[in-house]
Design a protein around this ligand. Structure first.
Ligand code: ZN
Ligand code: ZN
Length: 196
């Protein structure tokens, strides 16, 4: 595990199922030998297989395939998505359904193009807090979440009510998955509920 990159927004990347441990093989991009290949989301026109963690970390994959690693991210309190347009040969940025000018933002760039996504049933959304993207902690069910005894702040309970129409976590159905995030600044937890 020594020679593996650590991702700021995906600190547990090797435990959450987006990299698969494999018998040593060569990365399809850098051709270096790797024990892990990326199996998380990747949005591009061409399919890409057998990519090592370093090619995710350094942005080589997204650059070479004009891809994006995240479906949607919370950015400036809005839901932002980015797709590559092969007619204009550039990335298009959307807030909701409206196209906007591309944002020049190092943190956004790191999340979209150099951070492994996460696996979910529905479209993944990357949450933010304190004007910064959160770290992805993992996928839990309701009982696992309550066993973690995480205190969600009132503001988060309010956001959950807004987004999912439920008043307490007790109302989350047993077969929903919960994606847990944590603020990198103060450690507050946020959740994204995924319906199976
Ligand atoms: Zn590689
Ligand atoms: Zn925060």
């Amino acid at each position: 595990m020594n020679n593996l990159p650590i991702f700021k927004y995906q600190p547990k990347a090797y435990d959450v199922g987006v990299f698969k441990k494999v018998p040593a093989q060569n990365c399809s991009i850098c051709n270096k030998e790797t024990d892990y290949i990326y199996t998380g989301p990747f949005y591009s026109i061409d399919e890409v297989d057998n990519v090592c963690p370093w090619c995710i970390y350094e942005g080589t994959v997204t650059k070479q395939y004009n891809g994006v690693l995240q479906a949607a991210v919370e950015y400036k309190d809005k839901l932002l998505s980015v797709t590559y347009d092969d007619e204009s040969n550039e990335y298009l940025y959307f807030i909701g359904y409206d196209e906007v000018e591309p944002f020049q933002d190092d943190k956004l760039e790191e999340l979209l193009f150099r951070t492994p996504g996460y696996i979910s049933w529905q479209e993944p959304q990357w949450l933010s807090h304190c004007d910064e993207f959160c770290a992805y902690i993992g996928y839990v069910n309701k009982s696992e979440l309550s066993a973690m005894k995480i205190d969600l702040r009132d503001e988060e309970l309010f956001a959950i009510k807004e987004n999912y129409g439920i008043d307490t976590l007790d109302q989350v159905s047993e077969d929903s998955g919960i994606h847990l995030f944590q603020c990198l600044t103060f450690g507050q937890h946020r959740i994204h509920i995924d319906h199976t």
